[in-house]
Design a protein around this ligand. Structure first.
Ligand SMILES: C[S@@+](CC[C@H](N)C(=O)[O-])C[C@H]1O[C@@H](n2cnc3c(N)ncnc32)[C@H](O)[C@@H]1O
Length: 330
């Protein structure tokens, strides 16, 4: 993990390189900082795919370290290459990166946007989400199938899912073995359910990474993904506009943002009144979920080059309606 300066927050942000086991990032025994990789520079413009990296590795006993410098040529044919391609973009964006105290600084940012809840609450919410959304998923499937088909059309192999939760969307990517998914979520209890959803869907775990992170500060580099997926998450983030800015930042030019969100009912309706009354309770029991956000409008004015947006009422979602779903292009 490296630190970069966030263009949005002016703060240092951790960057993950989609390593198979982020926890394996090892402490530097000499100064206790976390170091895995220092990006150096692009080699030259003719060879823009090449990246010189200096990698410092420490052995398991933390007794010794070796430093190697390698030149790699990223391609998009596998997980490691995805990491390297991502690293290339970061190099272009930031020129240099430092790596000190990255975990704790990023955790502070996660906590800022998603204040920590008691363990039991996080466990309970993850369990509820995993146990009681089957009928909702069955009903929303017809809308998801429509919009998720763009991922295949666009050959979106690098997908970021924000607020991945228990991973109900992983089965939409499972048919393509080239697809690699990074799912971010501030509730670490979601990970085991998301991994289990991947397994049930036949989505290879080797192509899936769960990162404890928030949408407001996405720990990926600029223009590093082909698609961002978000379902029922902008209701829960602390800052919708900031999250959409981050979505734009990490999408490559021409990349797509695919979304399904529940939004406020029409002003003046009984449903809208009910949402106003229930909103504080919903936020308390559903980990910050707001019932009355105008999320469609936020997406429409987020600066995408085009936004296709439809609306649906889902009978299984009762007062958590209507839904907007669609595709926005960068
Ligand atoms: C209602 S759940 C939806 C989960 C999943 N996307 C789905 O469709 O079932 C909302 C998810 O957003 C996550 N979340 C809450 N705040 C977030 C934030 N600031 N950034 C990213 N995810 C967040 C929650 O932990 C939870 O997993």
């Amino acid at each position: 993990m490296n630190l970069i300066n966030s263009p949005i927050l002016g703060a240092k942000v951790s960057l993950h390189f989609f390593t198979p086991k982020p926890k394996a990032i090892i402490k530097n025994p000499h100064n206790n900082s976390h170091i895995t990789m220092m990006l150096k520079k692009r080699v030259n413009s003719d060879e823009s795919n090449k990246l010189t990296t200096t990698t410092t590795e420490f052995d398991d006993s933390l007794e010794s370290s070796t430093t190697t410098t390698t030149t790699t040529k990223p391609c998009l044919c596998g997980r490691r290459h995805f990491i390297e391609a991502t690293a290339t973009t970061l190099t272009a964006a930031t020129q240099s990166a430092t790596a000190t105290n990255s975990d704790s600084e990023y955790t502070a940012l996660v906590n800022k946007f998603h204040p920590p809840k008691p363990d039991w609450y996080q466990k309970f919410f993850a369990w509820v989400l995993n146990s009681f959304t089957k009928s909702y998923e069955a009903e929303v499937a017809r809308y998801k199938s429509q919009i998720f088909s763009i991922l295949k059309e666009k050959k979106a192999n690098k997908i970021l899912e924000i607020g991945i939760g228990t991973g109900p969307n992983l089965n939409y990517y499972a048919s393509d073995s080239n697809v690699q998914v990074v799912g971010i979520d501030p509730n670490p209890e979601m990970e085991k359910y998301a991994r289990s959803s991947a397994t049930s869907a036949g989505f290879p775990l080797s192509n899936f990474e769960f990162i404890h992170a928030v949408g407001e500060v996405i720990p990926l580099s600029d223009a590093s993904v082909d698609a961002v997926v978000g379902t029922l998450v902008l209701c829960s983030v602390k800052d919708v506009d900031l999250t959409l800015k981050e979505v734009m930042r990490v999408l490559r030019p021409g990349g797509v943002y695919v979304f399904v969100e529940h939004v406020a009912a029409k002003d003046g309706t009984f449903l809208r009144f009910l949402q106003g009354v229930l909103d504080p309770l919903q936020q308390t029991i559903a980990d910050g979920c707001h019932l009355s956000r105008e999320t469609g409008e936020s997406i429409a004015k987020a600066g995408f080059s085009s936004v296709e947006l439809d609306m649906a009422i889902l009978s299984n979602a009762t007062f958590v309606n209507p839904h907007v779903y669609g595709i926005a292009k960068k």
